[in-house]
Design a protein around this ligand. Structure first.
Ligand code: IYR
Length: 219
């Protein structure tokens, strides 16, 4: 079966308008930083829902939309997540991560303590769905990492645009999220994103972004 096709409406902007919008969006995104110290200040859940709805506009392999976003506001669930994440992270920092990895992280000052998992007003757990299981059939999804990565990027941009701060947290391994959040076995944890406002006087490392010429070549 083929989809019905509709005419695509598209308005072409002037070069000036495109330049203005492009630069404004760059300035907005260039202000985004990974924040590790959150304020407990909360806000209406509708903002998170708008961001998730926006993330859901991402392109995906064969339009399978192989993602699920779990919004966590329950202090009890946040606490369970913090306890499990810190247990894994402690093991990683103290035993599993090779010296070279620890050396790369040392300038950022990260360690196994993850208070932000309880302090941030919301956590968004992003899951990827590699396949769907029906009665006696497994339907594989396509380009799942690419699709969920793009959706997550759009999610972060939307939250940034609403004046919220985020961290792309990667407790590893993070199977504990599947259990705590009661997810079916075909949903695999992809990323855990605390969202909120920065704690007062939070500092961020003075890192540089690679220049355009470093990240781009023209042929
Ligand atoms: N997942 C650990 C370690 C960590 C790894 C990378 I790569 C980072 O950019 C930052 C942290 C943690 O969340 O602390």
């Amino acid at each position: 079966m083929k989809y019905k096709f509709n005419r695509f409406e598209h308005k072409i902007l002037s070069q000036d308008e495109s330049l203005k919008r492009g630069n404004e969006f760059y300035e907005l995104m260039n202000r985004r930083r990974s924040i590790r110290h959150f304020s407990p200040k909360s806000f209406d859940r509708s903002l998170i829902e708008i961001a998730v709805k926006t993330a859901g506009t991402a392109p995906s392999g064969a339009n399978k939309q192989p993602w699920k976003f779990i919004i966590i506001e329950s202090p009890d669930i946040k606490k369970q997540i913090r306890i499990s994440a810190e247990k894994e992270e402690k093991e990683s920092y103290e035993r599993r991560m090779p010296e070279s990895w620890l050396e790369d992280l040392a300038p950022l000052g990260t360690d196994w303590h993850k208070e932000f998992l309880e302090i941030a007003p919301y956590l968004i757990a992003v899951f990827k769905i590699d396949f769907l299981k029906s009665d006696n059939e497994i339907k594989k999804h396509y380009y799942v990492n690419e699709s969920v990565g793009i959706a997550t990027g759009i999610l972060l941009a939307s939250l940034q645009n609403m004046g919220l701060v985020t961290l792309t947290h990667t407790p590893s391994p993070m199977n504990f999220l599947q259990k705590i959040l009661n997810r079916p076995s075909n949903e695999k944890p992809y990323l855990l994103i605390p969202v909120g406002y920065p704690a007062e006087n939070t500092e961020v490392p003075d890192i540089l972004r690679k220049s355009l010429t470093e990240i781009c070549e023209l042929l």
